[in-house]
Design a protein around this ligand. Structure first.
Ligand code: BG6
Ligand code: MG
Length: 215
């Protein structure tokens, strides 16, 4: 069946904020004396802030109270937001921008499905606040990826059933979430390398060549 809508993950798909997440977690982990590298970072893709912290703390020798954990997560977010503050429409690549415009021109409904609570801020920074037909994010879900909630909410907001939605993801957890929601998934980056999708793409503009997304 051809798709009617495309639901994009944000960090690592629409923009490269995944690198800022890594830098901010790395600074926090270094300060705590906890080993953290890019391979471990791949496990944080798509999962919520507090779950990300728990993954990093698997290597922490000791116990932290809930308050200590929330202040670590808050500190990481403050540093992350500093990176975000420097973002502008220049951080939206030409490839992503022109592909989004082309998919819109072809008549597909376009939405965001992100675990991030910073989604509205990021979309504003890169000049996409009013572009998408629906935005489902970390502020309106209770369970983060690999649970399908964020994508199912997006499909509901668009009034398009899951089987007619294509999810675009860079996270293995996100690809699992799309499949759990009954959607087909196109993967980029880490998830594409892991062959987690129905389509495993090299770059964002390869979406334009998927036959079920034809003009
Ligand atoms: C996802 C990222 O988009 O958002 C995760 O892939 C991140 O790495 C999650 O942990 C939550 O982000 P935020 O901005 O709410 O801390
Ligand atoms: Mg992502």
């Amino acid at each position: 069946m051809d798709f009617k809508a495309i639901i994009f993950d944000l960090d690592g798909v629409i923009c490269f904020t995944d690198e800022y997440h890594y830098q901010a977690w790395k600074a926090m982990a270094d300060e705590l004396g906890v080993y953290f590298d890019r391979k471990i970072n791949n496990r944080l893709r798509g999962v919520s802030r507090m779950e990300s912290l728990d993954i990093i703390l698997e290597r922490y020798d000791g116990e932290l109270s809930a308050d200590e954990k929330s202040s670590l997560a808050e500190k990481k977010n403050e540093l992350y937001r500093k990176y975000l503050e420097n973002m502008s429409s220049k951080d939206l690549s030409e490839e992503v921008k022109s592909s989004l415009l082309e998919l819109h021109r072809r008549g597909y409904k376009l939405a965001i499905g992100s675990s991030s609570k910073n989604t509205p801020f990021i979309l504003n920074q890169i000049g996409l606040s009013d572009f998408f037909d629906a935005v489902s994010d970390g502020n309106n879900i209770r369970r983060s990826k690999p649970d399908p909630e964020v994508f199912l909410k997006a499909s509901e907001m668009l009034s398009i059933p899951p089987e007619e939605c294509l999810v675009v993801e860079d996270a293995v957890s996100g690809a699992k979430a799309g499949h759990a929601g009954g959607m087909k998934v196109a993967c980029l980056g880490d998830a594409s390398k892991a062959k987690a999708g129905d389509y495993n793409l090299k770059g964002f503009s390869d979406l334009l060549d998927i036959p079920a997304l034809s003009a």
